[in-house]
Design a protein around this ligand. Structure first.
Ligand SMILES: Cc1cc2nc3c(=O)[nH]c(=O)nc-3n(C[C@H](O)[C@H](O)[C@H](O)COP(=O)(O)O)c2cc1C
Length: 430
């Protein structure tokens, strides 16, 4: 057996707490109080994370230095549990949850909204285009105590932007986005933010992006924008192609920093290493959001966040210890609903855990075989981890982190679009 039975910190899902507490009112109170406590502790640990409320100046609101992007079917409760064991400071986003789903599942909310207290700081991302549903969904989410509520204005999936008429399509209607953000702010105590692209189809000039930011921030309390720095194409290419084909234009992001000094911006798109995260921040970004790289190589990427971005001392945690904690979590939730989650569901976030390490290919082959018969995470690990050398399992994350692409943000200055000029009256009445 590869895992040693050292003391493990229990990472129980929120469901366990709720199950033992039949009184709905009191568990809501528990949630909110806990959230307040968490917010305070995360404030202290990040030295500067100030919750903004409507009417507060943007200068008082600082977005997370580092966050893991919302990713449908990837950043689920299991992945976030793994991410939090590796990094105590990274902010974690939920997958996008449609407001209609929240409203229609009013009596089954834990399934969509509950999370383990350890997952703070955590942001709920919602998607929707109906103001009543947006208001109701925000109200229903409030007792769960999310640390921020984010509106998705960047998803190009036909289901979302086509039939659903939300996601990136909302960028074409900034006044609606402003109304939606005002409704969200009125129904939550948490800070709010928008995640968007730099444009959509032919609505893709720098000035049009600025018009969007200007209208949303002037007509609503939104002060934080997360900018996926490529436009979206609604011409039938797949969501995956929409994350690779349209070129990244970081110069638009840095143009926004220059032209909206009172707002806060998080850069997203194509950032692959901690070195690049720090380069983006050094170039002025208030926050950096990483998606695929945090999923494809969680150990290397998240393992450096606390020390290299937040300046915290190294926890010295090893991959064996991460797996021990994850096993306790995994076995506590396995088969919760009879057939789900199964071993494959719970192991899914680990599939890249040994990325580029000795034994990785053999481990994956053993994992494929073990999925057919293992009924617990413990037995799955016993059967598969023999493939991984002890030297890999017992080494803490070693610094410094791998170097990123040199000069990724070096020429944004020279590529920067001309400064934004708006005719305020014209824009707001347009
Ligand atoms: C599998 C997958 C699912 C995604 N789901 C969402 C989502 O639910 N909401 C959202 O705003 N963006 C979603 N995205 C986009 C990411 O949040 C991010 O903007 C994008 O991947 C670019 O960042 P990256 O280059 O660091 O991956 C998704 C991306 C991937 C790969």
């Amino acid at each position: 057996m590869k895992l040693r039975n050292s003391s493990v910190v229990s990472v129980l899902p929120a469901h366990d707490i709720f199950r033992n507490n039949p009184c709905r009112f009191s568990f809501h109170v528990f949630h909110v109080n806990l959230s307040k406590r968490r917010r305070i502790s995360s404030t202290v640990s990040q030295k500067r994370q100030v919750s903004v409320k409507v009417g507060m100046g943007a200068d008082q609101y600082l977005p997370p230095w580092f966050s893991v992007a919302p990713m449908m079917e990837w950043t689920d409760h299991h992945y976030r549990t793994l991410a939090r064991i590796i990094s105590k400071h990274a902010w974690l986003y939920t997958e996008m949850i449609a407001t209609e789903t929240i409203v229609h599942q009013e009596h089954n909310l834990d399934r969509f909204l509950a999370f383990s207290p350890e997952q703070h700081p955590i942001v709920l991302q919602i998607g929707g285009s109906n103001l009543d549903s947006i208001a109701k969904a925000t109200q229903l989410a409030k007792p769960y105590g999310y640390d921020e509520i984010n509106l998705n204005c960047g998803c190009p999936s036909p289901k979302v932007a086509g039939h659903g008429c939300f996601g990136v399509r909302l960028m074409l209607d900034p006044k609606f986005v402003a109304k939606a953000m005002s409704v969200i702010a009125a129904n939550t105590d948490a800070p709010i933010s928008v995640k968007c692209r730099i444009g959509v189809d032919d609505y893709d000039s720098y000035n049009e992006l600025c018009d969007f930011i200007y209208k949303v921030s002037s007509l609503s309390p939104t002060r934080h924008f997360i900018i996926h720095s490529r436009k979206a194409l609604l011409n039938g290419i797949s969501p995956a192609e929409n994350r690779t084909i349209p070129p990244l234009k970081y110069e638009y992001f840095y143009g926004l920093l220059r032209d909206f000094p009172d707002l806060r911006f998080t850069i997203n798109g194509g950032i692959k290493t901690i070195d690049e995260v720090n380069a983006a921040r050094k170039a002025g970004a208030h926050g950096v959001m990483v998606g695929r790289a945090a999923y494809h190589n969680p150990w290397q990427l998240l393992g450096h966040v606390d020390t290299e971005i937040y300046g915290a001392p190294s926890s010295g945690i090893t991959r064996r210890q991460v797996l021990e904690k994850y096993q306790v979590y995994g076995d506590s939730i396995l088969w919760r609903d009879g057939r789900k989650p199964n071993v494959r569901d719970v192991v899914k976030p680990l599939i890249n855990f040994f990325h580029s390490s000795p034994g990785n290919s053999l481990w994956k082959r053993k994992a494929d075989a073990a999925f057919h018969h293992c009924m617990t995470i413990k037995s799955f690990f016993e059967e598969t981890l023999v493939a991984i050398p002890d030297s890999v399992l017992d080494a803490p994350i070693a610094g410094p982190p791998p170097l990123g692409r040199e000069g990724l943000f070096a020429n944004v200055e020279s590529l920067m679009p001309p400064p934004y000029e708006s005719s305020e009256q014209e824009l707001l009445h347009a």
